[in-house]
Design a protein around this ligand. Structure first.
Ligand code: SF4
Ligand code: SF4
Length: 183
């Protein structure tokens, strides 16, 4: 049931403007959902996220798991008859949710930010440093220790990581995107 008093009538226009996607064209054919590998694992299928954005259901969208579990695999975009790039929409929603998320996926924005900062600073993910930062930031120090040790033994958590050659270009990309989302 939609609570009409909670609708944000600016939300759809804002997401449309920031993502550059014609969200209003979605006619709920569900082709995106039929190809989404995360659909059954999360709370909403991609067409449902788009519908809620159209309706202005800001809080429900920004508190959904779906925006954090989207893999940006583009399986939805290639099927969409209206060429709506749902990963671009999800990017915008994640950026908006960073300051709004609470409840069910409250640590997801923390992970997301640390992940992106790792790429921004060295051009790639440094898994060991990323995990330490995540644990310290969330206070969740002791879960996943057996998994971490197994990964370390298999060389999946190297202590030293080489960055990529052209870090300056990576930073430029990040700056451009951050500027676009903050406008
Ligand atoms: S990009 Fe996201 S929403 Fe689209 S199919 Fe992949 S996981 Fe699903
Ligand atoms: S495939 Fe495109 S038009 Fe169809 S439901 Fe998904 S977003 Fe909407």
């Amino acid at each position: 049931m939609i609570n009409l008093t909670n609708l944000d009538h600016e939300f759809s226009s804002l997401v449309k403007e920031k993502s550059g996607q014609s969200i209003e064209l979605c006619f709920q054919c569900q082709k995106c959902a039929s190809g989404c590998p995360m659909g059954e694992l999360t709370d909403y299928y991609p067409h449902q996220i788009i519908r809620m954005v159209q309706f202005g259901m800001r809080e429900r969208v920004l508190q959904s798991k779906a925006i954090w579990l989207c893999l940006s695999c583009e399986a939805c975009s290639v099927r969409c008859p209206n060429e709506i790039k749902i990963p671009a929409v999800m990017d915008v929603l994640r950026a908006m949710a960073e300051t709004k998320t609470s409840g069910r996926e409250k640590n997801a924005p923390v992970f997301h930010k640390i992940f992106l900062n790792s790429i921004k600073s060295s051009g790639r993910v440094h898994e060991a440093v990323m995990m330490v930062k995540y644990k310290l930031k969330t206070g969740d120090l002791f879960s996943d220790i057996p998994l971490g040790l197994r990964m370390f033994r298999k060389g999946k958590l190297p202590l030293i990581s080489k960055g990529v050659k052209n870090k300056r270009e990576i930073k430029k990309i990040f700056n451009r995107v951050e500027q676009k989302y903050s406008e």
